[in-house]
Design a protein around this ligand. Structure first.
Ligand code: ADP
Length: 236
């Protein structure tokens, strides 16, 4: 019950923040209080960013509540990992197009197909990329790599950010766990992203591991098995 209460409180808080900023920006535009077309453009850009953030939050809440109800919410099919990587990267490209951010994408041609829910895979990559951007302070160097590796497709998302200590690394996949609550709040987190990532990877019979050096950066590594799923091993 406490978890449910926390959840509702967290949702309300998290939804209110982007809504409030959008409201201020829209009101300013509606009342004609902007002084130049450049300023108006900047306000539209900020509204669009808040809107994106709200969409991401709601997607995460919906995925989480499906997880809670323990529904088999996945639609497995042979999936082109490269396409999922490019779709996720496209969704964060705008946020990376500043001089203080580089985003390197390395995806070889002809990766084997994995049996996956394509949209869930995009959610995994998006959450990892979102974190890489959120927990990197000054000059952001983000990299996404994919490769075939020993019967699986391996996906890595690296950053040169704040890093995660060994102790925290054990807990970050727990729902609502945040290492630095005030930093996460400022960047629009609610502590569900990695719990969702873990849930999706588990449902795909995959693994996720983390290499991180505090103060230097983190690499999240996901492995997804190549080929058809072993349905007999599935537990209802
Ligand atoms: P949040 O919504 O707070 O980002 P997540 O479940 O996605 O929630 O992550 C849980 C916590 O793990 C974060 O609050 C942050 O402290 C830590 N974390 C996640 N990704 C990174 C990263 N790339 N670098 C440093 N810390 C991270």
């Amino acid at each position: 019950a406490r978890l449910k209460n926390d959840f509702v409180a967290t949702i309300s808080h998290e939804l209110k923040t982007p809504l409030a900023s959008m409201r201020v920006l829209v009101d300013t535009l509606v009342e004609g209080r902007v002084t130049s077309p450049e300023q108006a453009k900047e306000y539209f850009r900020l509204i669009s960013r808040e809107n994106e953030r709200l969409t991401r939050l709601i997607d995460n809440f919906l995925t989480f509540s499906r997880m809670e109800r323990n529904k088999r919410a996945f639609d497995f099919a042979p999936t082109d990992v490269a396409e999922a990587v490019h779709a996720a990267v496209d969704l964060v490209r705008d946020r990376c197009s500043t001089p203080a951010c580089t985003l390197e994408v390395t995806v070889p041609e002809g990766l084997p197909l994995v049996t996956a829910d394509r949209d869930a895979l995009v959610t995994v990559l998006l959450n990892l990329l979102d974190n890489a951007l959120k927990y990197t302070l000054d000059k952001k160097e983000i990299a996404v790599r994919a490769r075939a590796d020993d019967g699986s497709v391996c996906l890595e998302v690296s950053d040169n950010g704040v890093g995660i200590s060994r102790g925290d690394a054990k807990k970050i996949f727990d729902r609502f766990y945040q290492v630095d609550r005030s930093l996460s709040r400022r960047t629009g987190g609610c502590g569900l992203g990695l719990a969702i990532v873990k849930f999706i990877i588990d449902a795909h019979d995959g693994t996720i591991e983390l290499d991180s050096v505090p103060g230097k950066g983190s690499t999240f590594r996901v492995r997804l098995p190549i080929g058809p799923r072993d349905e007999t091993a599935l537990k209802e």
